[in-house]
Ligand binder design. Structure first.
Ligand code: ARG
Length: 443
């Protein structure tokens, strides 16, 4: 009964590759240092390699009574090569071993995460480029605020995912530390060569405190925190895709493959993919809370509580990766309904530009704001757009208005915002070029 309770093999078998890789490097080091004989090392390494093949071919039988991935592999090694298998665990503990496995695992996954973020960025960039002249309503409070280029809106998400890549890259720095050689908690009484291990396993740093090394899970927490932020970003994009593809907005169409029909309402096409990514954000947040709570107030050094770090991390990696992958594909299929987007823009979205017009003619901004507020209310009450008001009507609100007030258009409004980070076609052109450049760089 307790055996089942303490076993982790059901989920930590995912670490078999890292576990064997670590063991092989450890064995090489033991032989190099004369701690075990060359011939013994050869037998162990051969045995480990064939176990890896067995696992990969689905021939390996994982046993709950052997608790975890380490013991499952070691027990099989005894079966294959006999008593010499007992030398593998010299100068090592499962405590520094599991820390090593998790770090090796996460280093690979971080690279994959960054690649997937980049693919999504590339899809966003393509969609932005294909629609670079489209003007859409920009929103605050989900109320029409000022016109912006659709490409500018998409590039905002590009920026978020750029920050995410940087976050994961920073996390990689913390993950890239060799823990092996820390033993159970105090270090090991053998002349191990940790530099050799670090080099063999591709770590650029070596842990400097054995107690910390076996009990540190910060790199996992950090990955999950970065994942939570990335999913939050993705959920915002998901939300907009859901809104934009609704009948009310009708701004975009998503390819059928990313929608599903309703089992009862034949007319419906639901944006399930976007909804699921929005939904999965919840469990990714949950996993972060869970690992933080597991680690809270744990005394040094290793405690079995820490075995609970795995399922949440695996779940987060899977949720994030699958969401990024499907979004990268889905975004590529988005068709923008340019006509609908244009028709959706209410003329009053130019109110700020009218105020800026008065400012250019000497009115203080606050006063200009007040004048245009009254003018807007008048236009709305008389069911007229700004362009339908006569110059006389404008004059009722300010003598500063002249004929050129009619030159203010969506295009002129967008073009006017020609400062770094602004929405003018020129600035967005620069931003697109920068984004393209970033796609060619590592991060
Ligand atoms: N399965 C364990 C874990 O994931 C491995 C380390 C076990 N160490 C021990 N002293 N029981 O945390």
């Amino acid at each position: 009964m307790a055996q089942d309770y303490v076993a982790s093999i059901a989920f930590d078998q995912r670490l078999y590759r890292q576990d064997i890789k670590g063991s092989i490097a450890h064995t090489k080091m033991l032989a190099k240092q004369g701690i075990i004989a060359e011939s013994e090392a050869e037998a162990i390494i051969e045995g480990l390699s064939s176990i890896r093949e067995e696992i990969e071919q689905g021939k390996f039988q994982f046993k709950t009574e052997l608790e975890d991935i380490h013991m499952n592999i070691e027990a099989r090694l005894f079966e294959k090569i006999g008593d010499v298998a007992g030398k593998l665990h010299t100068a090592r503990s499962r405590n520094d071993q599991i820390a090593l496995d998790m770090r090796l695992f996460l280093k690979e996954e971080i690279e994959a995460t960054i690649t997937k973020l980049k693919e999504l960025q590339s899809s966003l960039l393509e969609l932005a480029k294909a629609n670079r002249a489209v003007i859409m309503p920009g929103y605050t409070h989900l109320q029409q605020a000022q016109p912006v280029l659709f490409a500018h809106h998409l590039l905002a998400y590009f920026e978020m995912f750029q920050r995410d890549k940087e976050g994961f890259h920073n996390c990689l720095n913390r993950t890239d530390v060799l823990s092996l050689g820390s033993g159970a908690l105090a270090g090991v009484p053998y002349p191990v060569d940790r530099e050799f291990l670090a080099h063999e396993l591709g770590f650029s740093k070596i842990s400097s405190n054995s107690l910390d090394a076996v009990s540190d899970r910060d790199f996992i927490i950090e990955y999950e925190a970065c994942a939570a932020i990335a999913m939050m970003h993705l959920s915002r994009l998901a939300e907009e895709i859901i809104l934009w593809s609704s009948t009310e907005f009708g701004f975009i169409e998503i390819e059928q493959a990313f929608m599903t029909g309703s089992s009862i309402m034949p007319q419906k096409k639901n944006p399930d993919v976007a909804e699921l990514a929005r939904g999965k954000t919840g469990r990714v947040y949950g996993n972060l809370m869970s690992i933080l709570t597991t680690m809270k107030a744990l005394p040094l050094a290793y405690n079995r509580d820490m075995q609970e770090d795995k399922e949440g991390l695996f779940d987060t990696v899977d949720a994030l990766h699958s969401s990024l992958e499907v979004f990268a594909q889905m975004v590529r299929t988005i068709k923008v309904n340019t006509k609908r987007v244009r028709e959706a823009i209410k003329d009053y979205i130019l109110a700020t530009d009218l105020a800026d017009y008065l400012v250019a003619r000497g009115a203080p901004f606050r006063e200009a704001h007040g004048i245009v507020a009254k003018l807007s209310q008048y236009a709305i009450d008389s069911h007229k757009s700004f362009h339908e008001l006569s110059l006389g009507e404008y004059h009722n609100f300010s003598p500063l208005f002249t004929e050129d007030i009619y030159d203010i258009t969506l295009e002129s409004s967008v073009a006017a915002r020609n400062i770094i980070g602004g929405t003018s076609a020129r600035q967005v052109g620069i931003a697109l070029a920068r984004a393209k450049q970033l796609m060619e760089e590592k991060l």
